[in-house]
Design a protein around this ligand. Structure first.
Ligand SMILES: [Zn+2]
Length: 302
């Protein structure tokens, strides 16, 4: 258990409601790293949901959050848990160059960019009226949008449309079966689909811009990061599961930490201990080398 963890405040972008959260700890970071190894949107969203609800100071219904809320909360919690700077390797956008550059990305500069407004009510006919919503985490998972997502197929489009409907004549879509809703959406006219798409296009976007001058061709790059998959990569760039186990093993084996102690540290705390330890090891090695040299000198003097 964590005692007296620091608490920070955040504003949920879609609702403007304030929430408090604590940083995640090393054992929770492991959950994220495992999802990173799985490398599919479904595992990533499941892991991020677990972390956001675990770190929230009071119970939070993660399924009712919009996807962009989840991205924003995750990036902010990560910034307080690991640090605001993420070191990433980014390829130069010049196609003939493509050189990888080490770049420090400041996650605290992540913004929610709004994209205008559109009517959230669509009348399909005189009898049927829809109300729309920005895609929630719950809807995204329910329609398995992440599965085989390609952004262009008809199947993906139908899922996105279905996710965006909040009510049909006042009845929440959660009361209908997934198949039923997908069939319903397939029956829409081109005009109705257009209206829903216009609404989807106004979804706020969480984004950050990575700016750097390429070390090789000197091109000034400005690469926009958005979407939970891309943010996850950027946020977890420091972490590899193998290193995690190696470092923990060394700290337990040689320095007497227990696994429970390590796993309850905030990741940046563990980093500090690791840094202090390696500094200590360098000093120790210097001391031993000096001692050995003195012993040699003495024995020669005899
Ligand atoms: Zn370049």
């Amino acid at each position: 258990m964590i005692y007296m963890a620091p608490v920070y405040e955040l504003t949920i972008p879609s609702s403007g409601k304030r929430m408090h959260f604590r940083p995640y700890v090393v054992s929770e970071e492991k959950v994220l790293a495992m999802a990173g190894e799985a490398d599919d949107i479904k595992s990533i969203i499941t892991a991020v949901k677990r972390i956001v609800s675990a770190c929230a100071d009071s119970p939070i219904d993660v399924d009712s959050l919009c996807l962009f809320d989840l991205e924003y909360l995750f990036i902010n919690i990560r910034a307080k848990s690991v640090g605001e700077i993420s070191r990433v390797k980014i390829a130069c956008s010049d196609e003939s160059c493509n050189t990888y550059n080490d770049v420090n990305l400041d996650l605290s500069k992540t913004k929610v960019v709004t994209n205008g407004t559109a009517d959230s009510t669509v009348a399909l006919s005189d009898e049927v009226t829809l109300t729309l919503q920005y895609i929630t985490v719950g809807a995204y998972e329910r329609f398995e949008v992440g599965k085989d997502y390609d952004g262009t197929s008809v199947e993906t489009l139908m899922k996105l449309l279905a996710c965006s409907i909040k009510t049909i004549n006042g009845v929440p879509t959660t009361e209908y079966a997934v198949d039923e809703l997908l069939h319903f959406v397939e029956s829409f006219s081109r005009d109705s689909i257009q209206k829903i798409q216009s609404f989807i296009e106004t979804t706020p976007v969480v984004q950050t811009v990575i700016e750097f001058k390429c070390k090789k061709c000197k091109k000034e790059n400005a690469i926009t990061v958005s979407g939970i998959g891309a943010f996850f990569k950027v946020a977890m760039a420091h972490m590899s599961l193998m290193n995690y186990y190696k470092e923990n093993f060394a700290m337990m084996q040689h320095h007497g930490y227990s696994l429970a102690e390590l796993e309850n540290m905030i990741p940046w705390e563990r980093e500090i201990y690791l840094a202090l330890l390696s500094e200590h090891i360098v000093q120790e090695n210097e001391r031993i080398a000096k001692q050995n040299a003195e012993i040699k000198a003495k024995s020669r003097g005899r």
